[in-house]
Design a protein around this ligand. Structure first.
Ligand code: ADP
Ligand code: ZN
Length: 732
């Protein structure tokens, strides 16, 4: 420590309190600081405090009585210029950290992220008390005169020519009191601006959620209806109920993709006559700060955002909606690992707010909760109005394979041609960016791999580069094979969207064709532009990854072709079948609207697979029931708990030893099974070797505490990092 100062007592002899300040750092507990006299801190106050030679922004999480007289603590520097973190947000941030088996400050870092870099410290301001004091010296009367409007201590001292000690004493006796911020105006949402007339099942669902909102208690509902059945209409009504409840009530709507927020915002705006606030990584930082403050002050009443919006400082959260709740993007896999759907339910519990999970293909976890009665199950009838669900057909690639080096089978090509002839649109879906997923050498068999990571390099034709999708590493496509130096021996293996586009241009030379992926539409604006062009009918064929599979309505789209339905089934992780089913159902659901019936054709090498059969027969419930039964037998989520522990290091020898010792140190607990250590499927990432241990536990086991005890028994050497992923979605 550079400067320590005795602050047990202020100059007037008042004893100072000790403030416990939670810092947004991976520390095991809050730090103690002295509360400077006159600051009058409260729990949730965001403060600037010294940390080593620097300063840091943290949150007051508690107080302790003054310690013994020789205790030397550094004082808090001052209040950070931002509203207080509401109790729910603080509790939630701590809870989320525990849940992720992380340090208490990890969740707080997310809660404070919107504040950006520390701004100048806000000095507390004071005004004169309403009660008139008697027997005042002329000097003190002068101070009171100056304190008609809020001023800092220094300003008051200067304005009235008295010493700082006089001001401090006037604060102590209550002649000067802290100034309160005025209530700024709120967004004006009109709950009755332009409501829709709901159909029968929509009205029933909206009514049920309305009752949950009015009850003002924690509860969860699954809003279950096919794409286009009006789930959005229903939750707009539910939001209206929440807005009518009180002038302060707030609503949070989570969406899995930034690309979906603009459309959602438009619908809220149309419905309520004002635009909701948005919160995601695409929002510029000054704007984020504004939004953060508006949420904390209760001015922002509807927030539409990505998963990190869960950490916003809501003061009166009355409804949380998680749209497309099954979506894998809700799982944050890196850094602070969490699943936004589970955390949304937790935040609802903390705020005593209902939570609505909406989906056409609910996750197994949610469906299981609904079936066992923990969640209300609200079902919507088919598509609203005359629209009907698409016909889904399988194309057996063993029977009708594409030509050599091509990816579209004759039946699919014919169907696309038909569609174009009718002046309608086709979507070719392939969940693979770039041109080819693999580049190999024809002479020596070398596969092009990233230099420091165990992943194949993906060829991108537009940029003429080979790219590692995991780390972002890229290099120009070499002329010579790096292994055997042969010229022109490198060949592209397998299809990506760019290659399917190339094939489509050959087959349909007159068609207007576009590729939609995170490469061609890297941000919300460009995604929006492409989606609008598709809506207008500017394209005949769109070749797209899953970014286009979600939520958009294309009125002239009547054919969806799935180029490689088997992609997601390879690699075999726990959720492969579930995920494939959800994705393909969503994609197929894009076809057909209003008066035009749609068709989905799915190319597969394994048409007998349970997933393909379920999609073809549109037997969602049958499929989910079988999946649930399998998970139950294996003791996997939602019937059991899983956690992945990844140990990584630049030093393979140290890692090897530690992994063995760490596994051996696992606490002996009934109903917990440890698998590993084994090489992680991605055995090297950015030069770090990785080992994986899987923990499977019964539902009754507190897996967070188990992990905590385990880790404290065997702290890693400096060169080894431990990452814990509770309820992993990625098994790499
Ligand atoms: P989902 O969210 O289930 O995909 P949406 O709420 O987006 O469904 O509804 C699909 C389309 O049908 C939208 O264009 C929506 O405006 C329209 N729609 C659904 N229900 C109604 C209704 N009750 N009145 C008018 N339009 C409706
Ligand atoms: Zn070679």
């Amino acid at each position: 420590m550079t400067s320590t100062m005795d602050v047990d007592m202020d100059p007037l002899g008042n004893t100072c309190r000790i403030a416990q300040v939670l810092l947004p750092l991976p520390l095991p507990e809050a730090y103690d600081y002295a509360e400077p006299p006159g600051l009058e801190l409260a729990i949730g106050d965001i403060v600037v405090a010294p940390l080593g030679p620097r300063t840091i922004v943290g949150v007051v999480s508690g107080f302790k009585p003054p310690a013994g007289s020789n205790r030397r603590l550094r004082p808090i520097i001052g209040l950070f210029d931002a509203p207080r973190l509401p109790p729910g947000a603080l509790t939630f941030a701590r809870w989320a950290s525990d849940y992720a088996a992380g340090a208490p400050g990890a969740g707080l870092a997310l809660a404070l992220r919107g504040l950006g870099a520390p701004r100048p410290v806000l000095r507390p301001r004071f005004v004169r008390s309403r009660e008139t004091a008697s027997n005042l010296t002329p000097a003190r009367l002068k101070v009171l005169e100056a304190a008609a409007s809020p001023m800092t201590r220094a300003e008051l001292a200067r304005a009235s020519g008295v010493s700082a000690g006089v001001i401090a004493d006037m604060i102590r006796v209550g002649a000067l009191v802290p100034a309160k911020a005025e209530d700024p105006p709120r967004e004006t949402f009109d709950a009755d601006h332009s409501p829709s007339t709901l159909n029968e099942s929509q009205a029933a669902a909206a009514e049920a959620i309305g009752q949950m909102v009015a009850a003002g208690k924690f509860s969860v509902a699954l809003l279950d209806g096919v794409t286009g059945s009006g789930k959005t209409e229903v939750y707009l009504e539910a939001a209206a109920t929440a807005l009518r409840l009180r002038p302060t009530s707030q609503v949070l709507v989570l969406l899995p993709e930034i690309a979906l927020t603009e459309a959602a915002i438009r619908r809220f705006q149309d419905r309520f006559g004002a635009a909701p606030a948005q919160w995601h990584s695409g929002v510029a930082s000054p704007r984020r700060r504004e939004t953060w403050e508006a949420v904390a002050e209760g001015r922002a009443r509807i927030v539409v955002g990505a998963r990190s919006a869960l950490f916003l400082p809501f003061v009166d959260l009355r409804l949380i909606i998680v749209d497309e709740e099954h979506d894998g993007s809700y799982k944050q896999d890196e850094g602070f690992v969490y699943h936004a759907r589970d955390l949304a339910v937790a935040r609802g519990k903390i705020e005593r707010s209902p939570v609505v999970l909406a989906s056409a293909t609910p996750s197994l976890e949610t469906l299981w909760n609904a079936r066992s009665g923990r969640y209300r199950h609200l079902r919507l009838a088919d598509r609203h109005g005359p629209a009907i669900l698409p016909d889904v057909g399988l194309i057996d690639l063993r029977v009708s394979p594409p030509e050599n080096g091509r990816w579209l089978s004759p039946p699919l090509v014919a169907a696309v041609q038909d569609t174009l002839d009718r002046g309608e649109q086709a979507l070719l879906f392939l969940n693979r960016r770039g041109y080819a997923p693999l580049v190999i050498c024809r002479s020596c068999g070398e596969r092009m791999k990233a230099p420091d990571t165990d992943s194949w390099l993906v060829e991108h034709r537009y940029t003429r580069r080979l790219v590692c999708h995991l780390t972002g590493f890229s290099m120009p496509r070499p002329e010579l094979c790096p292994a055997c130096a042969s010229r022109d021996s490198l060949v592209s293996v397998g299809p990506g969207v760019e290659r399917v586009e190339e094939e489509a241009r050959l087959l349909f030379p007159d068609a207007r064709i576009a590729v939609f992926s995170s490469d061609t539409a890297p941000d919300a604006r460009s995604a929006r532009a492409m989606i609008e062009a598709m809506e207008r009918g500017d394209y005949d064929i769109m070749v797209a990854t899953q970014s286009a599979a979600k939520g958009h309505n294309f009125p002239k789209l009547t054919l969806v072709g799935v180029v490689d339905a088997d992609v997601g089934l390879r690699g075999g992780d726990l959720r492969a079948a579930e995920r494939t089913f959800q994705l393909l159902t969503q994609v197929a659901g894009r076809a057909g609207r209003a008066d035009r019936p749609g068709r989905a054709l799915i190319q597969t090498w394994s048409p007998d697979h349970a997933v393909m059969q379920a999609i073809a027969s549109q037997d969602r419930d049958g499929f989910l029931t079988t999946e649930l039964a399998e998970r139950e037998v294996l003791g996997l989520p939602p019937f059991g708990r899983l956690a992945a522990v990844i140990l990584s290091s630049h030093r393979p020898d140290v890692l090897e030893d530690f992994a063995r010792a760490f596994a051996a140190a696992a606490p002996n607990a009934p109903d917990v099974t440890i698998f590993g250590p084994a090489d992680a499927p991605l055995a090297v990432v950015r030069g770090r070797r990785r080992k994986r241990i899987l923990v499977r536990a019964a539902r009754s086991v507190d897996i967070q505490t188990f992990l905590h005890v385990w880790r404290s028994r065997r702290p890693p050497p400096n060169s080894v990092r431990i990452d814990v992923d509770v309820d992993p979605y990625s098994f790499l």
